[in-house]
Design a protein around this ligand. Structure first.
Ligand code: FMN
Length: 659
């Protein structure tokens, strides 16, 4: 029997004749753990080691010796020899494997040392490369100057999300999420720090005259991410008093060959109260970060200018405009109800705005544009100005009205300008999307059939084709507004009661008021009070950084020269109001006999923002030099992506250098 491993092995084949080997064998057996069975005369191997030992050279030697003396039987001798050779072989193998193992262990230790050093080095290189790559990717992707925004992100979004409204939503949500992780695109290096694009608006110095216009952020969800893209002004809204759905979907379409859009949203809004909550939260967070706390007092401190930033934008050199609109269901002929809608929104939102914008020009709310007639417009704007003045804040928001590019006859523009002067609003945004369908660009271009079809959709059109029209309108408004409040007839100048002129008669939302010289005086006075002159006291009161810039359009040392356009920039001091005697400060103080013209410099110039088809720096400069203070963009951002504003500003600088 022969059992492997720990089993009893009986060596009863050993002949009794092996006497001379017996002693040696017994000694060896004892040494290696083989026992003799006295009764049977058999020998047992009690352990594997013993077995191995027995199988070794020294254990086999006696049998070999015996066999060589022919004392073993032939079979036993053969077996012993086999055992011996196997043992020898195993021994050698063991020895070899021991040597190998020793060698391996030495070499493995050395190799492990070298290997782990190498691995560590590799890991460090790999880790550093990943860190460097991620850092560069982060710096690149989050920089508005990266062309990836225009050439990758925008086409990708357009391909992945074919519906324009969904794409817009997705874009806004992404921007919001990225902002919350600090991964949003932003203008790096503060290119505005040079001050070469500064403009002064409502007593604030804006770092640059580029704005984003209403509709991009309808519910004030992303003012800060949009501000980070580099504009001097961001307009959020339009917001209606209460939530409203807007028109059924689909309601926005792209016209890609023209980089244009058609929309008939119909002022979909989450409502003024929701937006106000969001804006309030934003102010409180800002206060908290400054260590002022999270409570209403902290909020008030920030809104009152104690943080040294404009209360709307919360960012030095930037402004936040908040647009308000009426509900679709409020009847247009009920001016009081319409005015109430706007006033409700103002009461909710004015605290958080640097500028309030009254939207009477959306082409997608039936009847809205009829409110641009002088009488209803004056009534509505007067109410809004009153409500804005009542804002519980140290500095009051400025008020602007956004008008349509489609009401462009001289008479219509004159009527709107009259309402602007009469109501005391601070300025006008010219214009909005158009009902018209401009000719495609370049001239003679034939639209693809699909786009031709889309052009038939009802709604407002926006895109580069509108630019010439916007430019012309800005010039027209500038010229008309600069003529002063109301063109008085010679009889009026003589103090005779003017004849009522159609719709200009009823202006108050109570339906009782007329445009009288007294009323206009009132509005001018109110205007002058609100738009305080640049005195040290005014500056201290507002606690906002106010820098007086010599020229309206620029903040550089040689602004007029640098911004020289095809037409010379408007210079306020060279214009005089025609026939404004009854509205001069002297007249309003009771000196009605004073008929000498009041220079415009003594009145407050109405501010113009331009919107419609502005897509590049050259165009921005053109509208600025035509008399606008801010050039606003929307559709250009949809097609150009997050880098659009930086691009436009850099093009402005290039253009200014050329000139
Ligand atoms: C989809 C879309 C939504 C808009 N929503 C508003 C809005 O709510 N209120 C408003 O006054 N203008 C709105 N506008 C008009 C823009 O603010 C802007 O005045 C107009 O598009 C012209 O400028 P642009 O050529 O730079 O786009 C919207 C425009 C688009 C394309």
């Amino acid at each position: 029997m022969f059992h492997h491993r720990h089993r009893l092995v009986t060596l009863d084949y050993l002949p009794k004749a092996v006497i001379d080997a017996k002693k040696l064998y017994a000694w060896h057996s004892r040494r290696i753990g083989v026992t003799n069975d006295a009764d049977s005369g058999s020998r047992h191997i009690t352990s594997l080691d013993a077995m191995r030992g027995l199988a070794g050279w020294s254990a086999a030697r006696p049998y070999i010796q015996a066999s060589s003396r022919s004392q073993l039987s032939t079979g036993s001798a053969r077996f012993a020899r086999q055992l011996h050779f196997q043992a020898q072989l195993r021994h050698r193998q063991n020895a070899a494997s021991q040597v190998k193992a020793q060698y391996r262990s030495v070499s493995t230790t050395t190799a492990t040392d070298v290997g782990s050093g190498l691995t560590r080095f590799k890991n460090i290189v790999l880790g550093s490369s990943i860190v460097v790559f991620l850092s560069f990717s982060y710096l690149y992707i989050t920089d508005t100057r990266a062309s990836i925004h225009e050439y990758v992100v925008v086409p990708l979004l357009r391909t992945l999300v074919p519906d324009a409204e969904e794409a817009h939503k997705y874009g806004n949500k992404s921007l919001k999420a990225l902002y919350s992780f600090g991964l949003h695109p932003r203008e790096r290096g503060n290119p505005d720090a040079k001050g070469d694009l500064r403009v002064e608006v409502f007593g604030h110095v804006l770092d640059n005259p580029i704005g984003t216009s209403a509709g991009l952020d309808k519910n004030a969800e992303i003012p800060d991410p949009v501000l980070a893209l580099g504009p001097g002004l961001v307009e959020v809204g339009g917001m209606t008093p209460f939530p409203q759905e807007g028109n059924p979907k689909p309601r926005v379409w792209r016209i890609p060959s023209q980089n244009a859009l058609i929309n008939r949203y119909g002022l979909n809004s989450e409502g003024a109260a929701n937006a106000a909550l969001r804006l309030r939260q934003r102010v409180r967070q800002f206060a908290y970060q400054l260590g002022l706390g999270l409570d209403p007092e902290a909020e008030k401190a920030v809104l009152d200018g104690e943080a040294g930033v404009p209360p709307g934008s919360l960012t030095p050199g930037r402004l936040l405009a908040v647009q308000v609109a009426k509900m679709k269901g409020t009847p247009d002929n009920d001016i009081e109800a319409v005015a109430r809608d706007y006033v409700y929104c103002v009461n909710q939102l004015a605290k958080y705005a640097d500028v309030l914008v009254v939207n009477v020009s959306s082409p997608n709310t039936p009847g809205l544009r009829s409110l641009q007639q002088t009488a209803p417009l004056t009534a509505i704007l007067t109410s809004v100005v009153g409500a804005a003045q009542a804002t519980d804040r140290k500095t009051k928001p400025a008020v602007m009205v956004k008008v349509s590019p489609d009401e462009d006859s001289e008479e219509q523009v004159r009527g709107i300008c009259d309402a602007i002067w009469a109501s005391g609003v601070d300025g006008v945004i010219v214009g909005n999307t158009t009902k018209k369908r401009p000719d495609p660009l370049p001239r003679g271009y034939v639209l693809p059939a699909k786009e031709e079809q889309l052009m038939l959709e009802q709604g407002g059109y926006s895109g580069p084709q509108m630019f010439e029209r916007t430019l012309a309108l800005v010039k027209q408004y500038r010229k008309t507004l600069d003529k002063g409040p109301i063109q008085l007839t010679p009889e009026e100048q003589r103090g005779e009661k003017p004849e009522p002129k159609g719709s200009d008669v009823q202006i108050g939302h109570d339906g009782s008021a007329e445009i009288t010289p007294e009323r206009v005086d009132e509005s001018v006075q109110r205007d002058q009070q609100r738009l305080k002159p640049m005195t040290a006291e005014a500056e201290a009161e507002s606690k906002q950084p106010i820098i007086k810039i010599p020229e309206r359009h620029a903040g550089s040392a040689e602004p007029a020269h640098e911004l020289q356009a095809a037409e010379p920039a408007f210079s306020a001091s060279t214009h005089a109001v025609q026939g404004t005697s009854s509205r001069s400060p002297a007249a309003s103080a009771g000196n009605s006999s004073n008929t000498s013209p009041t220079p415009v410099s003594e009145q407050k110039e109405k501010v113009i923002f331009a919107t419609g088809g502005i897509t590049n720096g050259k165009q921005a400069l053109e509208v600025l030099n035509a008399g606008a203070s801010v050039a606003m963009v929307y559709t250009a951002v949809v097609y150009g992506g997050a880098g659009t504003i930086s691009r436009i500003k850099s093009e402005m600088r290039e253009e200014m250098k050329k000139r």
